[in-house]
Write a protein that binds this ligand. Structure first.
Ligand SMILES: NC(=O)c1ccc[n+]([C@@H]2O[C@H](COP(=O)([O-])OP(=O)(O)OC[C@H]3O[C@@H](n4cnc5c(N)ncnc54)[C@H](OP(=O)(O)O)[C@@H]3O)[C@@H](O)[C@H]2O)c1
Length: 354
């Protein structure tokens, strides 16, 4: 088709109105996404790039990590000083850092939430987290202090609306009214067939997984807007796409989270708030232990082997592999990614060979 400049401009302007972010994308919006998909976890710049005050050269901290065939992580931090060509570009550096930002991650004392808290903090964000168990929370805070990470925390049961309000008041005061990142991570599952789920089970799953994400997003809205560059990442599950045995109510909350993500992205783009979602498959966390117990699988290996056969990469995921995607969605590098549900499942949902 032959399109003259005036027609092309008209098409661009009219189509940009259909786009929640209100503009067409540029090559520079795509390049970081491609770069992210190419980066092995071992070269992930988990502490971002920091400028050294005494020279124009900067320092970038890489995590030298590897995942073994069981999905377990080896972590060997190392630092590279200046001179790395990829970081010579000021703009590129700015895209891969969270220095100066603030974040709230729910359920940060274990599993995926714990990995997200550390990942965001290593990128330079000041992070606040919560959980129900005070002793565990204090232990985590102590460990993070020893690692020099800027992480605070408070006790909160996110299934309670009163406690959610209290949590947001705390966040408001800790971060002086500005929140850049909200990660709705805390979630629970009660493994039972539908006919055995009690009204209490149903209410607990819905209030922990869905009410909390909806209400915390609502409460965080003024703080995210005030930051000038807000973002929300919801943690859903592949159960929002495919059936998982004995997890129907859980699946319903995750399917709802996927659509809440898309709708909020369109509603809040005008306030400079991006909303995305990450949907993992089985990841090695304490939550998985509850699944093993419910299926009376005493042998961890039996479950892992069965699940690994379904995954094209042939292994379960590690919490850090989910955290890396969450961090990417919070970075300026993903500034043109909005309203998406990113599946992190090692290829499980596309694998027709199982
Ligand atoms: N692991 C997987 O295979 C997998 C797969 C797909 C999706 N996901 C999703 O990923 C998220 C994290 O899962 P995970 O496997 O990391 O779970 P996990 O190992 O059970 O950790 C859950 C974290 O959330 C906290 N938490 C739970 N209920 C809470 C509540 N009502 N209020 C406040 N904090 C609460 C827990 O601390 P306390 O118990 O002390 O409160 C803990 O810190 C969930 O949304 C889950 O649905 C997990």
């Amino acid at each position: 088709m032959d399109v003259n400049l005036a027609t092309f401009t008209y098409i661009c302007v009219s189509r940009s109105h259909r786009n929640p972010l209100g503009r067409l994308g540029e090559a520079d919006d795509l390049a970081p996404v491609v770069a992210f998909l190419c980066l092995p976890l071992r070269q992930w710049p988990s502490r971002g790039c920091r400028w050294r005050s005494n020279s124009e050269r900067h320092r970038i901290s890489f995590r030298s990590v590897d995942i073994d065939h069981r999905g377990e992580l080896y972590d060997r931090p190392k630092t590279m000083e200046g001179g790395d060509q990829k970081c010579d570009d000021n703009q590129a550096v700015g895209r891969w850092t969270l220095v100066g930002t603030t974040a709230l991650v729910t359920g940060g004392t274990k599993g995926i939430g714990h990995a997200i808290v550390e990942e965001l903090a290593r990128f330079g964000a000041a992070v606040h987290t919560c959980s129900r168990n005070e002793a565990e929370l204090n232990e985590c805070l102590q460990q993070w202090r020893a690692l020099n990470l800027k992480i605070t925390g408070s006790v909160c049961d996110v299934s309670s609306d009163v406690e959610r309000e209290k949590l947001m008041q705390t966040v408001n005061s800790v971060f002086h009214g500005k929140l850049h990142i909200l990660v709705n991570n805390a979630g629970t599952v009660i493994w039972k067939p539908v006919v055995e789920q009690t009204p209490e089970d149903y209410r607990r799953i819905i209030s922990t997984n869905l009410d909390s994400a909806f209400h915390l997003s609502q409460l965080a809205h003024p703080l995210l807007k005030a930051s000038g560059r807000g973002c929300i990442v919801n943690i859903s599950s592949i159960a929002g796409f495919v059936a998982i045995d004995s997890a129907s109510v859980y699946a319903a909350t995750k399917g709802a989270l996927n659509q809440l993500t898309r709708s909020l992205a369109c509603e809040w783009a005008k306030d400079n708030i991006r909303v995305n979602c990450v949907a993992p498959a089985y990841i090695r966390t304490p939550l998985i232990q509850t699944c093993l117990q419910s299926q009376q699988l005493s042998e961890d290996e039996e479950f892992v082997a069965r699940e690994a056969r379904r995954v094209s990469l042939g292994r379960l995921g590690a919490p850090e592999e989910v955290a890396a995607v969450v961090a990417f969605l919070c970075l300026p590098a993903s500034g043109y990614v909005d309203g998406q549900v990113i599946i992190v499942d090692g290829g499980r949902t596309v694998n027709g060979n199982n």
